[in-house]
Design a protein around this ligand. Structure first.
Ligand SMILES: [Zn+2]
Length: 120
């Protein structure tokens, strides 16, 4: 497992492996958050926080919770509001030390319009 925390250390993240790529999405929420998403099965990751610290934001069709630390404000994860066995999640790779995920390729996703990966 690879581990990270939010800035204040209240939220602990564990992912099972280095992802093949990280996603820089330009949709209205991701570009504002400045997140870099690492995708996994929801069952593969662990997000642990002190009680009451995690807060969520939903918008649009309200299918996803964007989770943040209520103390330091870091965005740590998106996850489905109604998860199933096969649900995926995005973990914010920005929470990891540069030595851990700094060399993973970043792909640019046009989440604002086409939902296609943009050429470099
Ligand atoms: Zn925090």
């Amino acid at each position: 497992m690879l581990k990270a925390t939010c800035h204040c250390g209240s939220v602990h993240l564990s992912i099972p492996r280095k992802p093949r790529s990280l996603t820089n999405c330009n949709c209205s929420i991701c570009r504002r958050y400045g997140t870099l998403w690492a995708y996994f099965q929801l069952s593969e990751v662990k997000v642990e926080a002190e009680p009451g610290v995690l807060q969520s934001y939903q918008w649009g069709d309200r299918m996803l919770d964007f989770m943040r630390c209520g103390r330091c404000g870091c965005i740590v994860q998106w996850r489905p509001v109604a998860p199933t066995d096969k649900s995926r999640t995005g973990i914010n790779a920005r929470m990891f030390e540069p030595e851990v995920l700094g060399d993973v390729k970043i792909r640019r996703l046009d989440g604002a319009k086409s939902w296609k990966v943009l050429k470099d």
